[in-house]
Design a protein around this ligand. Structure first.
Ligand SMILES: NC(=O)c1ccc[n+]([C@@H]2O[C@H](COP(=O)([O-])OP(=O)(O)OC[C@H]3O[C@@H](n4cnc5c(N)ncnc54)[C@H](O)[C@@H]3O)[C@@H](O)[C@H]2O)c1
Ligand SMILES: N[C@@H](CCO)C(=O)O
Ligand code: NA
Length: 443
């Protein structure tokens, strides 16, 4: 057997100069990580990373990392096309100027690594075309589920797999809030403030709590899992703000836990395969692997025809975990750059999207009623008339403030919505409370 070659001396290792756009939670963590890991990375991959330019808004802010003189600049556009920069990392967030900067860097022949799901989910097609035209990488592992490797497994390891469904807890902020509310009875606003303090929430946390952030991630996951482009606007989404402590109690009593889920499915449609993609709070049975994913942790559950069930679990938010995913992409892109090669995305054309009205799941429904003879029958008749079959039902309380909580068998969204609107017209119904889809326990 041949002797292993001596590792190259540090001076022989080619340097890849990184231009960083944005130095907030993720950017600052990346600077620290490159500093700590550059020597080990050089030994393993044959490229030495150096963060040579950093575009920031404020030159004076303390970011908790050491930066050499002359590295910081307020001119992001100059960094994107700087001839002294080999590779660009975009961690500004939002659509503009991130989109223009990314396009400029790609057009200048620089690979781009991005953590920006909003950008990728809205303009991924345009950016992928620009990257291919330039013959460079556009990598975005950090954009979905932060530090958890999920983009690369979908793109590479599972490239030959026939994937039926991907479900994920892909927003750390809302999982953190729901965990605090479920386990400690915490107040929604207090739990959100805590998540913001820990650096999990987006700049505008409505993106987290209203499901936009998870929706963008769902679009990216669905595009890669099914090989056809899904954009953010294709994703139906509901957030967690309407959930009550009573819903959380009911879920617990029924052996479930409420999670904000992204659900991406391939379904048969009249004109061929369709993609059903949605984000909403869901009742998940306690025995399902996603039910045990707590705090700011994320998990993505993949169901493949040959491979069976897979789950990817870890930290989906926070500076260091996200920077770890960015760094993995940077090493990959830097090595490819040295070799003169790049990865292609493997997404062809637009997916045909199934309308939310036609999507199907079981539902949990809570109804505040006047408890008098015949009420239960009139409620059951409304469900029956709309072809929604009831799987289980229980009543709490009596008299004028009774509550009926029921779970249906799998039903069409449109039929369930028609049921709810007829229930509201029944004289004995005071209020139809929450309607929560049940996932992972289809019956
Ligand atoms: N924080 C997380 O847990 C996390 C996880 C996964 C992905 N991401 C994504 O990573 C990206 C960055 O997130 P973050 O948490 O670091 O956000 P952040 O708000 O902490 O950092 C963004 C930084 O960009 C700077 N910036 C804005 N416009 C700029 C410009 N024109 N030029 C230079 N700098 C500019 C801001 O001043 C800020 O410091 C976002 O796309 C986010 O969605 C974040
Ligand atoms: N705001 C996001 C950051 C990770 O994308 C979250 O809470 O999951
Ligand atoms: Na990831």
């Amino acid at each position: 057997m041949a002797e292993p070659a001596d590792p190259p001396a540090a001076a022989d290792v080619p340097v890849v100069r990184v231009g960083l756009l944005g130095c907030g939670n993720v950017g600052a963590a990346l600077v620290g990580l490159v500093e700590r890991r550059a020597a080990a990375i050089a030994g393993r991959s044959g490229v030495r990373l150096e963060v040579s330019r950093i575009a920031v808004r404020s030159l004076t802010r303390d970011r908790g990392v050491e930066v050499a003189d002359g590295v910081l600049t307020r001119d992001a556009a100059a960094v994107a096309v700087d001839p002294e920069v080999d590779l660009v990392v975009e961690v500004i967030g939002g659509i503009e100027p991130a989109r223009e900067l990314t396009l400029a860097a790609l057009a200048a022949g620089k690979p781009v690594v991005s953590a920006n799901k909003e950008l990728l989910a809205n303009h991924g097609g345009e950016l992928a075309t620009a990257a291919e035209a330039a013959g460079v990488d556009l990598l975005f592992e950090a954009a979905v589920a932060g530090g958890i490797p999920i983009i690369r497994p979908l793109r590479e390891s599972l490239a030959g797999e026939d994937i039926d469904r991907v479900m994920g807890i892909v927003n750390g902020t809302t999982n953190f809030i729901l965990t605090r509310m479920t386990e400690e009875g915490a107040d929604y606003a207090d739990a959100l403030a805590e998540a913001q303090g820990l650096g999990y929430a987006e700049r505008d946390p409505t993106a987290d709590v209203e499901g936009y952030d998870a929706g963008a991630k769902a679009a990216i996951i669905a595009s890669l899992a099914f090989g056809q482009r899904v954009v953010a606007g294709d994703v139906y989404h509901e957030g967690i703000a309407g959930l009550t402590a009573a819903d959380i109690d009911s879920a617990t009593r029924l052996g479930h836990v409420i999670k904000l889920l992204a659900v991406c499915e391939r379904v048969d449609g009249p004109d061929g395969p369709e993609v059903a993609v949605r984000v909403h709070p869901a009742m998940v049975p306690l025995q399902h692997p996603l039910a045990g994913v707590r705090d700011s942790f994320n998990a993505v559950f993949v169901e493949g025809a040959a491979v069976g069930d897979l789950m990817f679990y870890g930290r989906g938010a926070g500076g260091d975990p996200t920077a770890s995913a960015v760094l993995g992409d940077v090493v990959d892109a830097a090595v490819n750059l040295r070799k003169g090669t790049f990865a292609t995305v493997g997404i062809e054309g637009r997916a045909r999207i199934r309308a939310i009205d036609e999507q199907r799941s079981p539902f949990y429904v809570s109804i505040d009623v006047e408890d008098r003879p015949g009420v239960l029958r009139s409620i059951a008749e409304v469900f029956e008339r709309n072809q929604v079959s009831i799987r289980s039902l229980e009543q709490d309380g009596a008299g004028s403030d009774a509550r009926i909580v029921l779970i249906t068998h799998t039903a069409r969204e449109a039929d369930l919505q028609a049921t709810v609107s007829e229930l509201r017209d029944l004289p004995a119904v005071h209020r139809v409370g929450s309607v929560v889809r049940v996932v992972g326990d289809e019956g």
